[in-house]
Design a binder for this molecule. Structure first.
Ligand code: GLC
Length: 562
């Protein structure tokens, strides 16, 4: 058992544009985060991950960085950042930055130079190719729809962008560019930040020669993830980054790596690998999609058995060999209570059940802002109310193809990233206490009922439950380091598992459905021996014969009494 602080930490993710606005411009800011540090301290979290706050034109809310050394004006100044970092540290909280190494903004000074001429020294900082017979250089499809290539009239060549055309991909084969990036990471470490989330890091290397993907139907563009994800060169870059820059500071690192299973993840996080501490995997995020990547928009009913299989595989394979980063939502995903729980009648209870899940797995738990009060998806009736570039591109693309508008809106209601990006709901005053101005995106209408102030006043709220749960986890070595074992793999409703560390044993029982399933006490457990640590219903039921009767979305955590 290898003990380190980031394994014992609970992370809280802030999407700063939607967290708290302090100056009435409708846009969250660093001062807003500063003002809410008490709230975060009370919640009991250890690390704050802040989504990008660097200078950016904001086409992708900061994931299009135009200056890595400056703070976006709407978020404040570098002084504000320094003050926030200092105050967080004073309280024992750590700050994790979100760094985009795969691409910059098309307004970055490097790109201005790069596009200016074919012989500019920074030309090769990005990926430029000439067209093929008047067509794009290859058939790769962008994550945000359409081709990854954008024609630039200035030099009559195309540049590559895996995301939007405002996010040109960097060329990591260029040693000078790489040096500049390493130096930038070092600069932030010297400032005293405690960790990094490396955005889209799986894609920083592309297949040599940029070959077209297999395309039997001869489509204009096709998903080509395997040609730009998790390639060998990513590992050599991370190895170097770690050796040269990260290691002396020991920051917490997590890479965003779609398209891999746990065995492949070990190439990044294996204790022998010298790269990253953790990765965000995506397998469980596609249980309700017909295919991965851009296929996310095609909904399919998800099955608990599949979700359990995925999570259990990660738990088991990484045990003792790597470390999990556990999450059920973030700024790119729908709200978990709407997706995996019930955002109607059982909103509170199902949000508590899902929280129990995340905080009792092996790995570091990541809580996304609003999850702790059970915030839900939003269904804006009109596309004009949406802001997300991915959502807008999807809409435009399929409208142009003649797809039914209602079907498109249905998909957006289920999967749009804006579900998670509506402002944090602090109280029941106008705009949910998020801003005194006009919010950049509308607040979810349910803010009068679902908000922090209401949750504070209700001892049965999701918020109070989270506080209790976080405190329990932090005290419990078995919940942090214990080995995971799945029970009842084929049960369609119940997700149950044990965690074991030496003589200590915990049993976690979660009902993922609105019905009332039953289960027997697992082997080795009896009701008398089992001490309840936390649960989300007032009364618990069982039969005299030792059958556990679960209520809708019930969660129970037991400790074995010796
Ligand atoms: C990551 C971010 C997402 C962003 C994309 C491009 O997936 O989480 O929000 O749009 O990278 O930077």
């Amino acid at each position: 058992m290898h003990i380190v602080w980031w394994k014992e930490s609970v992370v809280y993710q802030i999407y700063p544009i939607s967290f708290k606005d302090s100056d009435g411009d409708g846009h969250g800011d660093l001062q807003g985060i500063y003002e809410k540090l008490d709230y975060l301290t009370d919640l009991g979290i250890d690390v704050i991950w802040i989504c990008p706050i660097y200078e950016s034109p904001g086409y992708d809310n900061g994931y299009d960085i135009s200056d890595y050394y400056a703070i976006m004006r709407k978020f404040g100044t570098m002084d504000d950042f320094d003050r926030l970092l200092e105050e967080a540290h004073r309280r024992g909280l750590k700050i994790m930055m979100d760094l985009v190494l795969n691409h910059t903004s098309d307004e970055h000074a490097w790109f201005a130079e790069s596009r200016s001429s074919k012989v500019n020294p920074k030309r090769d900082y990005y990926i430029w190719r000439s067209g093929k017979n008047g067509q794009v250089p290859n058939n790769w499809e962008s994550y945000f729809g359409g081709s990854v290539w954008k024609h630039d009239p200035e030099t009559n060549e195309y540049y590559l962008h895996l995301y939007s055309e405002h996010q040109p991909d960097l060329n990591w084969n260029n040693a000078q560019m790489a040096e500049e990036m390493y130096g930038m990471v070092h600069w932030w470490l010297q400032k005293g930040v405690d960790g990094f989330r490396f955005d889209a890091v799986a894609h920083i290397a592309k297949a040599e020669g940029l070959p077209s993907a297999h395309n039997p139907d001869n489509l204009p563009v096709v998903p080509a993830y395997q040609l730009f994800s998790n390639l060998e060169q990513v590992h050599s870059i991370l190895n170097k980054l770690n050796d040269m820059i990260l290691k002396p500071y020991g920051p917490m690192t997590v890479g965003e790596t779609s398209g891999l299973g746990p065995e492949q993840a070990l190439a990044y996080i294996g204790t022998d690998r010298n790269e990253l501490n953790m990765v965000f995997q995506f397998e469980h995020m596609f249980v309700d999609a017909k295919s991965s990547g851009i296929g996310k928009w095609n909904y399919r009913e998800w099955k608990l058995t599949e979700l359990k299989e995925i999570m259990s595989r990660w738990q088991t394979v990484l045990h003792g060999r790597g470390w999990n980063a556990n999450y059920m939502g973030n700024h790119d995903q729908p709200r978990p209570v709407s997706r995996f729980g019930d955002d109607g009648r059982y909103r509170v209870r199902s949000a508590q059940m899902l929280a129990t899940w995340m905080l009792t797995l092996e790995g570091t738990p990541y809580i996304y802002q609003g999850e702790e009060i059970g915030m839900t998806n939003v269904a804006f009736p009109n596309i004009d109310q949406y802001r997300d570039i991915e959502t807008m591109n999807y809409y435009r693309h399929y409208i142009a193809q003649g797809r039914d508008k209602n079907d498109i809106m249905e998909a957006i209601w289920k999967k749009s990233r804006d579900n998670a990006r509506t402002p944090m709901q602090w109280d029941d005053t106008e705009h949910a206490g998020f801003t005194e101005g006009q919010p950049w995106i509308q607040v979810n209408d349910n803010y009068t009922e679902i908000n922090v102030a209401a949750a504070e006043n209700d001892p049965g709220s999701v918020l109070h439950y989270y506080r209790k749960l976080i405190a329990i986890r932090k005290k419990s070595k078995v919940l942090i380091y214990g080995e995971y074992e799945l029970l009842l793999p084929d049960d369609p409703d119940i997700y149950a598992y044990t965690r074991t560390l030496g003589d200590e044993k915990m049993l976690i029982i979660l009902n993922f459905r609105g019905n009332e399933p039953e289960m027997h006490w697992p082997e080795g457990w009896t009701e008398n021996q089992a001490k309840l640590v936390i649960g989300n219903v007032k009364r618990r039921y069982s039969t005299d014969e030792g059958t556990i009767l679960l209520q809708p979305y019930e969660a129970r955590v037991y400790m074995m009494q010796s």
